[in-house]
Design a protein around this ligand. Structure first.
Ligand code: PA5
Length: 432
């Protein structure tokens, strides 16, 4: 397969676990599902707005983000992004992968749970720093961000007065519905719209992801550009030339052959949060009606010293998808020992750490394949905005196809309401 955005997908070490031709045999089914998606048909068709986001973001929209970034840089040392699930994971994943731009304010997160320790940590960081708040919620009613926002808004008003606070709040929410929209309109906060036809976990290329990322100094134009390049590649009709379709096909064939858990494994600390985003995307899209591959993620080599034993030798219904980076920034090279080489590492003198990490990846993949784990690999030439944008679109398209192949609606999440009902009843929410 050709590289797209510097990403190469290889599936041979997974396809070798399947009957010859099992993946190619899915091509007609995949083509049907892909046509259905492009025609905006099938279950969840009202949530397919993400398909065109990479080419729909206008210069004017980017300029609004530039202006927001300039304001934040001007008056704040920290920006608290308040949101949960699809309303935060994408931005965090991209920022952790790419790092902040020079001079950008520190991005903090709140509303990602109900843990008091976490919120106390954020509040203590803000004690001696000027800050802004960006609250993100499509429904505008989610408990976790709403509670954190109430507390942070109080702090803003205490410190900057009602008018000053209003100038330091950005709300990203639905165009019309929800308490947050009503609050934003009434108070005149800067606000941006989450398109109604884009669900939370598919929203990273809307203001949900792009506003915080622009403020953090990430090159959002390159990010969206990468996604656009990937969108074009993911329309290719030849299965083995279309990364999203090929990934979906290999997963589907493995699932049908009894492989029930997918481990996304990276050797790059910056990509660990992308694993969190990917878990939500795949878990929430596929895990319904008693079906779906269970998605989990690991950070190697760290986790080889904890989960490595299970991967090598535990239940044999695992598949593994590696996310690896060939060139990991400025070199860190193993020096000559200051002592007498008593640590036994002289055979590595002059080797780059990213080269040693690559050999650890190659060795791990071989060992896991030998141990009975089908392995796919997404190899990135370098970790840049275009590659991350490309990966985002690739995974979104793959899960849409894969969910439809599974016979579920990949764009709803009815199961997440169950815990809310039980929690609200215990909390005494009126009407619960
Ligand atoms: O993907 C989803 O739909 C969810 O993860 C939501 O993003 C999450 O529950 C937060 O919802 P909201 O943006 O409405 O606060």
């Amino acid at each position: 397969m050709q590289k797209v955005c510097g990403i190469e997908l290889s599936t041979d070490l997974a396809e070798s676990f399947l009957e010859g031709g099992a993946v190619q045999a899915l091509a007609p089914e995949i083509a049907r599902v892909a046509d259905e998606l492009e025609a905006r048909q099938g279950p969840g068709h009202e949530f397919l707005g993400w398909l065109d986001l990479p080419t729909a973001t206008t210069d004017e929209t980017f300029e609004r983000y530039d202006a927001a970034a300039a304001r934040a840089r001007d008056d704040s040392e920290a920006v608290v992004v308040v949101g949960i699930g699809g309303s935060y994971l994408g931005a965090r994943a991209v920022l952790d992968a790419l790092g902040p731009g020079p001079g950008a304010p520190w991005i903090l997160y709140a509303g990602t749970g109900l843990c008091a320790t976490q919120l106390r940590g954020v509040l203590s960081t803000l004690e001696d720093r000027d800050f802004r708040v960006c609250v993100i919620s499509k429904s505008g009613t989610t408990l976790e961000p709403a509670l954190s926002f109430r507390i942070l808004r109080g702090l803003l008003e205490e410190r900057y007065g009602a008018d000053g606070a209003a100038r330091r709040i950005t709300a990203i929410t639905d165009a019309e519905q929800g308490a947050l929209r009503a609050q934003a309109d009434a108070a005149g906060w800067e606000s941006h719209v989450i398109p109604g036809d884009v669900g939370g976990r598919f929203s990273v290329l809307t203001p949900v992801g792009l506003w915080p990322l622009a403020v953090a100094g990430v090159d959002v134009r390159a990010l969206v550009g990468g996604a656009a390049t990937m969108r074009a590649a993911c329309r290719d009709t030849a299965l083995h030339e279309n990364p999203a379709h090929l990934y979906a096909a290999v997963r589907a064939a493995l699932y049908r052959a009894g492989f029930m858990t997918e481990v996304q494994a990276t050797f790059h600390t910056g990509l660990a949060t992308l694993g969190e985003w990917w878990k939500q995307l795949f878990g929430e899209s596929e895990g319904k009606d008693g079906k779906g591959i269970f998605p989990t993620s690991t950070l190697y080599t760290t986790d080889l010293h904890s989960l490595g034993q299970y991967l090598q030798d535990g239940r044999r219904d695992l598949l593994e998808s590696f996310l690896v980076v060939r060139e990991d920034g400025p070199p860190v090279t193993v020096p000559a020992d200051v002592g007498d080489g008593g640590d036994g590492l002289d055979y590595l003198v002059g080797r780059r750490l990213d080269d040693i990490n690559w050999q650890a990846f190659a060795g791990t993949r071989q060992a896991h394949v030998d141990g009975g784990v089908p392995c796919l690999t997404f190899a990135l030439d370098r970790l840049d905005a275009a590659a991350v944008g490309g990966l985002i679109y690739l995974f979104e398209k793959a899960v849409a196809v894969s969910g439809r192949l599974l016979g579920v609606n990949p764009f709803d999440q009815p199961g997440v309401e169950a815990y809310k009902r039980e929690m609200f009843r215990r909390l005494g929410k009126p009407g619960s």
